[in-house]
Design a protein around this ligand. Structure first.
Ligand SMILES: *Cc1c(COP(=O)(O)O)cnc(C)c1O
Length: 383
């Protein structure tokens, strides 16, 4: 199977992991802070907190922003379910914002309209989770301008977007948000096997997130509530979790970071080749804005209708191409329907989910494969 995305592991990556395996610390050693510093440096954020996965990072970020039972969290309707589940873990009320049928990114008009309604009805959200789908940054400046008057915190779910940029700055610089989250699952731009990271410029947010990811335990004497009783002494001050990344995983991530740009440039070339192939067809690549450079996690192709998309999906799968759909709207999931959501209320997201197909985009994809993918897609349209 040629998947839509997969990891590329170099001999250098393997050597880096083996080195940690031979060292004294497999967890809570030096490699995790090194990885945090390297990601921070790469994306231009002040702070970074490594986590066991991006779902844990989203959960900890919500808690660090004070999300609880009485909170309202809005989420872009086109994403992986974890973007919304994080708010539910905190007991918050979730609502969704429609996304563009042309690129799956948060629809500014829908956000503006919903904010107006919420203001009039006194139900403004506390937090907004935006998603940089496929690796393309949302229009953060405009989103921030709409949220700022209402003091709504912004989490960027940048699980797809490490290596992408917005207005010439790396995604993760958090210029227009409270924090951004990265995923290091094997399909994402770099991998730790499993892993995640919170990046932020807010020192308080960083402190709270770090505390929550380490059982709520503090070991620094200056932070103690009570008197230190001995060198062994520590305090659990809040109910936290074990959301730590191991040093084995961090070693892989740190090594992967060195080839991130090179791999993104390679996918950028593949994307250009798909662009060229599909240029004069009824199948359209996701629209792009000039303010963003994609990390090219995915190459989403938009079909004229649902049945043509489904035919192409079956056709490609039959030839061993592991194409996939990113995503059906979160409100269409049984869990969210049970909470009262109807996907019909998010027509842009619904249209995207019915017409989108993510084509193979990674180091193992050859030009010949791209041509075969093209003919398997277009064959259906011409039929
Ligand atoms: C992959 C992904 C997540 C979850 O990442 P994990 O590291 O697997 O927990 C969250 N949001 C989006 C948009 C994702 O693609």
């Amino acid at each position: 199977m040629i998947p839509y995305s997969r990891q590329s592991i170099s001999e250098q990556d393997i050597a880096a992991v083996v080195e940690v395996l031979r060292s004294d610390y497999l967890s809570q050693g030096e490699t995790v802070p090194q990885f945090e510093a390297a990601v921070s440096r790469y994306c231009g954020s002040e702070y970074a907190i490594a986590t066991s996965n991006a779902t844990a990072a989203l959960h900890a970020a919500c808690l660090a922003l004070g999300v609880g039972n009485n909170s309202i969290v809005w989420v872009a309707a086109t994403s992986f379910v974890a973007s919304a589940n994080c708010a539910r873990y905190c007991g918050a009320t979730v609502n969704f914002i429609d996304t563009s049928p042309d690129n799956g990114l948060l629809c500014l008009q829908a956000l503006e309209k919903k904010l107006q309604f919420a203001k009039e009805n006194n139900c403004l959200p506390d937090v907004l989770v935006v998603v940089h789908l496929a690796g393309q940054s949302c229009d953060m400046k405009s989103i921030s301008a709409l949220c700022q008057p209402h003091r709504i915190a912004i989490i960027e779910d940048a699980s797809h977007a490490l290596g992408g940029s917005y207005e010439g700055r790396a995604v993760g610089a958090c210029t227009y948000s409270d924090c951004a989250i990265f995923s290091f699952h094997p399909v994402k731009p770099i991998t730790c096997g499993e892993g995640g990271m919170i990046v932020t410029n807010n020192v308080e947010m960083c402190k709270r997130a770090r505390l929550l990811c380490n059982h709520g335990i503090v070991r620094n004497e200056n932070d103690f509530v009570n008197r230190k009783e001995g060198a062994w002494y520590y305090e659990q001050q809040v109910l936290g979790f074990n959301f730590r990344l191991s040093d084995i995983q961090a070693a892989l991530g740190l090594s992967q970071l060195q080839t991130l740009d090179q791999n993104r440039n390679m996918r950028d070339q593949q994307a250009k080749e798909y662009d060229r192939l599909f240029a004069d067809t009824a199948l359209k690549p996701a629209t792009r804005a000039s303010h963003a450079k994609s990390a090219w996690h995915l190459y989403p192709l938009v079909f004229p209708d649902n049945s043509l998309r489904n035919l192409a999906f079956e056709n490609l799968r039959a030839k061993n191409y592991g194409v996939n759909i990113h995503y059906a709207p979160i409100p269409s999931q049984p869990y969210y329907r049970q909470l009262g959501f109807k996907p019909e209320d998010f027509p842009g997201s619904l249209a995207w989910g019915r017409r989108e197909l993510s084509l193979p985009l990674h180091a193992f994809v050859t030009k010949a494969m791209q041509e075969e993918v093209f003919s398997l897609c277009t064959q259906m349209v011409d039929a």
